[in-house]
Write a protein that binds this ligand. Structure first.
Ligand code: UD1
Length: 384
């Protein structure tokens, strides 16, 4: 390995990381004389539908190192990842480690990197929900506190970091790298046929005849946050709202996260959903398929941060099933399409009616232009 090149390790662990790393890896590979690159997959997500399919659709090269950490408690996941990643760092001696997003893999590898005295860069820095009950908020705060270079998506993220005392020269506002993936995959996603997609991914026994699916004539829900799915007092009323008030009016597609499916099955709500006309339960979708649904939906109901951002670009009205967001730029008051509804059914009902009457209003925040990876790699070229 030539020491004259900048030796970079980048890390992915879970589903929302893959669309953030793909553009970075592609851009780095354009400069083989400047960079040596190792891609590490911690294996936090391991199902084909949660991991492998994204490598394929986003043309990410197979990981050079797979840590195969798998599921567990937070301490187990973080601890096992730190132990395994320390060995990778010691063997590969990188100049820089690059982490993305806010999952447990991000936090674990950040801590290990700094304990090994290696420089750390964080892509998607500075996002804050100010809610320490969210594991991701802890991951974001730890990662940003330890990072030497902090790549941000917007001015509000810069302001958060400056308030926390991060020196201004470490903060680089480069835009949203996830939108690089969205723009690169927009055409293949748009080409997908909706009914074929639903038939291909629908769960056995859970595909109810619905009117032929057409753009703007269906809604989508995704749920995976512990605060929404772990407590039946929250999940059951939400399910009733969907079966009794949404699906009778407009077909509802629900790609079910493994965590959510476990809870629905163990509580008996699964059978109820399977029987509900107008609800199409599917396995977790691939990247193109999820883009296809988010670009065509009449209304998106979600607790995912990434979907809030994608809906912003498509202009799809989005009910964010949380009380706060680390992505305020996606909210209507900042020009976006999303509104916070928490898990209060009254509020969800009122906002759902309002959202269903709204026209599609695409919004592209500054630098969410598909060229973020170029700006990030340019920073590393300057360091060389
Ligand atoms: C993680 C991230 C979250 C992100 C989400 C996207 C953290 C703290 N949370 O949450 O920020 O929005 O990914 O999905 O890092 N499971 C499988 N197959 C898999 C992976 C998980 O069946 O490939 C099941 C396991 O039962 C596991 C559970 O899902 O225990 C939760 O997985 P985990 O990685 O702990 O967190 P997510 O809820 O997916």
């Amino acid at each position: 390995m030539s020491r004259s090149k900048l030796n970079i390790i980048s890390v992915v662990g879970a589903r929302p990381n893959f669309m953030k790393i793909a553009p970075f890896v592609r851009e780095l590979s354009r400069f083989p004389d400047i960079f040596t690159h190792t891609l590490v997959h911690t294996g936090q997500h391991y199902d084909v539908a949660m991991s492998d399919s994204f490598f394929k659709e986003l043309s990410i090269p197979a990981p050079d190192v797979s840590l195969e950490i798998g599921s567990g408690t937070h301490a187990e996941q973080v601890g096992k990842t730190m132990i395994a990643f320390e060995k990778v760092i010691q063997a590969r001696k990188p100049d820089w480690v690059i982490v993305v997003g806010d999952v447990n893999a991000t936090c674990a590898c950040s801590i290990t990197t700094k304990k090994e005295h290696i420089r750390l860069a964080h892509i998607e820095s500075g996002l804050r929900s100010f809610d320490l009950d969210m594991p991701e908020e802890i991951n974001r705060m730890v990662t940003d506190r330890l990072s030497d270079l902090l790549f941000t998506t917007d001015a509000m993220a810069d302001a958060n970091l400056l308030k926390e005392g991060v020196p201004a020269d470490r903060i680089k506002r480069v835009g949203n790298i996830m939108i690089d993936s969205l723009e690169a995959q927009r055409a293949p996603a748009a080409a997908l046929n909706l009914p074929t997609l639903c038939t291909a991914f629908a769960l056995p026994g859970a595909h109810h005849p619905a009117p032929p699916l057409k753009d703007n004539r269906f809604c989508v829900i995704t749920l995976h946050r512990p605060s929404n799915v772990d407590d039946l007092n929250v999940l059951a009323p939400l399910v009733s709202f969907l079966t009794d008030e949404v699906a009778p009016v407009i077909p509802l597609i629900w790609p079910v996260h493994p965590r959510t499916r476990k809870k629905l099955e163990s509580s008996g709500l699964w059978e109820l959903l399977q029987k509900a006309p107008g609800i199409i339960l599917t396995q977790p979708l691939g990247y193109h398929e999820m883009l296809r649904l988010s670009m065509g939906a009449k209304v998106m109901l979600t607790d995912s941060g990434g979907l809030q951002e994608e809906c912003c670009i498509w202009g799809t009205p989005c009910l964010t099933l949380r009380w706060n967001t680390e992505r305020p730029i996606t909210l209507r008051e900042h020009g976006g399409v999303s509104v916070l509804v928490g898990n209060d059914i009254e509020r969800i009902r009122a906002e759902f009616r309002e959202a269903a009457a709204l026209p599609r209003a695409p919004h592209q925040p500054p630098l969410w232009d598909g060229h973020t990876a170029e700006r990030i790699v340019a920073c590393f070229k300057e360091l060389k």
